[in-house]
Design a protein around this ligand. Structure first.
Ligand code: ZN
Length: 466
């Protein structure tokens, strides 16, 4: 180093400057405060779905982007059903990344809440309100991360597309589904997508970074039993209602087979090092362990674990006569069935028909699409691992499978590798407020969430390795 010439020294400085362009230093605390204010404003726009009314929320975000000089557009799939699009140009080295969230929320009954659910109220370091976590809090940190990147004059390696859509909570037909079918060009040749689905779990003082790479898929069906209508005082041997009950009883007794798909196997295996023996060994070799009847019984007692190793069938809606003394010609039940990734919906329905074994009971499909998953060892997952090392004390990163579903499937079907990751650290108690009462997010999480997203977007390689 002593022999380094002045020219070489200048060259070294120039190189450093090229790799690390001058940037306005970002004040993360101020960005967290700005995110908190934006979230309060967004919660005050009641977007309970149905009916949704997301346009006002989309316009609020659009104004924020426009004030920063970021290209944005609000598109309605139907009157009041607004979807927001914004795009921050990157250095153009790689295909774009999409940050996806949804603007609609599930209903909130103020009687169950300690704090008004649509007040956007700040109390003891938290913002309270329906959507604080699911998913307006995500909309806000994604928007603020893009705004922070723009202000820093240090563009990410690739274009970042922001989508905040309508209608996720009832299936997304007026939101993400509408967008991919009517405005496909906005996605360009996007490579990755980040959305809700999983987060950083805080368990017994330990952080576990979970990124969902696969989801179970809904196969919602309606059983319709037929029979002769008549007077309740003179019942025939079989009626639509008794046929339906018999069918439901057969389904209740039916046990779907245990099936350990590779994504689920590696998900549980990732927890093995965190456990003591004998559970550690069982999670490492789950396939073998599940053949032990006692282990299987214990394992499936946990509803979430059970849901990850088999298809599930849950009767929910029941309809028959509306009058005690009238035998209806038709009785129906809706089943919320969820299939493992890779399962064939047609084969599942054929199996359901054979379990019922009654031609007078029709099986109609209400909602079904093929399950899809994304690569659990892609450069995006590597970038999350680097983030965990740099910002989360080296917390383990676990690609997960979730029993529910998000709008991800619309994008996976378009060839976009989609991941469920909200960079919030949440306790079990906080998780329970999602779709529950007193939903809230800490301002610390908002601040950290913005910072982690910015770090992630800078970490993700800007060009595919050759
Ligand atoms: Zn959601």
């Amino acid at each position: 180093m002593r022999q380094l010439s002045l020219t070489a020294a200048l060259l070294a400085v120039a190189l450093v400057l090229r790799v690390e362009p001058a940037r306005a230093d970002l004040d993360w605390h101020a960005l967290g405060e700005e995110a908190a204010t934006l979230l309060s404003d967004l919660i005050r726009v009641d977007t309970t779905n149905p009916p949704g009314g997301e346009t006002a929320a989309a316009n609020l975000l659009a104004r924020k982007f426009r004030a920063e000089g970021i290209e944005t557009e609000v598109m309605e799939s139907a009157p009041g059903r607004g979807n927001l699009y914004a795009r921050l140009p990157g250095q153009g080295g790689a295909r774009p990344l999409i940050l996806l969230s949804h603007l609609d929320v599930v209903p909130a009954d103020p009687r169950d809440w300690r704090i008004a659910p649509f007040g956007g109220i700040r109390e003891r370091g938290h913002i309270y309100g329906r959507g604080a976590l699911d998913a307006k809090g995500l909309s806000v940190i994604q928007a603020m991360a893009v705004i922070a990147l723009k202000r820093s004059h240090r563009p990410p390696g690739r274009d970042v597309i922001v989508l905040a859509t309508a209608d996720e909570e009832t299936g997304g037909a007026a939101g993400a589904g509408w967008l991919v079918h009517h405005r496909r060009e906005l996605l360009g040749n996007a490579e990755y997508l980040l959305t809700e689905g999983d987060h950083i779990h805080l368990r017994g003082g330990r952080k576990i970074v979970q990124v969902s790479v696969a989801e179970k898929t809904p196969c919602w069906v309606k059983l319709v039993a037929h029979g002769e209508s008549g007077h309740g005082s003179t019942p025939p041997r079989f009626t639509a209602v008794t046929r339906l009950i018999r069918a439901l009883n057969k389904i209740r007794r039916y046990r779907t087979p245990i099936s350990l798909v590779p994504a689920v196997e590696s998900y549980f295996a990732a927890f093995a090092p965190l456990e003591k023996e004998p559970l550690r060994g069982a999670l490492t070799h789950l396939h073998d362990a599940l053949e032990e009847p006692q282990f299987l019984a214990d394992f499936t007692r946990n509803p979430r674990q059970n849901a990850l190793i088999r298809d599930t069938i849950t009767p929910t809606v029941l309809q028959g006569s509306s009058k005690t003394n009238v035998i209806p010609a038709e009785a129906s039940a809706q089943l919320d069935c969820r299939l493992l990734p890779g399962e064939d919906p047609a084969a599942f329905i054929a199996q359901l028909r054979s379990v019922i074994g009654d031609d007078a009971v029709a099986v109609e499909t209400l909602l079904s699409f093929p399950a899809s998953s994304s690569d659990p060892s892609s450069p995006l997952i590597t970038a999350v691992r680097q983030l965990a090392a740099a910002d989360l004390g080296g917390a383990p990163v676990v690609p997960s499978v979730i029993p529910g579903f998000t709008d991800s499937h619309y994008f996976r079907e378009q060839g976009v590798a989609s991941y469920g990751f909200i960079p919030f650290v949440l306790t079990e108690e906080e998780e329970k407020t999602v779709h529950g009462s007193n939903e809230r997010v800490s301002i610390q999480n908002l601040e950290n969430g913005v910072r982690r997203l910015v770090m992630l977007l800078h970490t993700l390689p800007s060009a595919a390795p050759r």
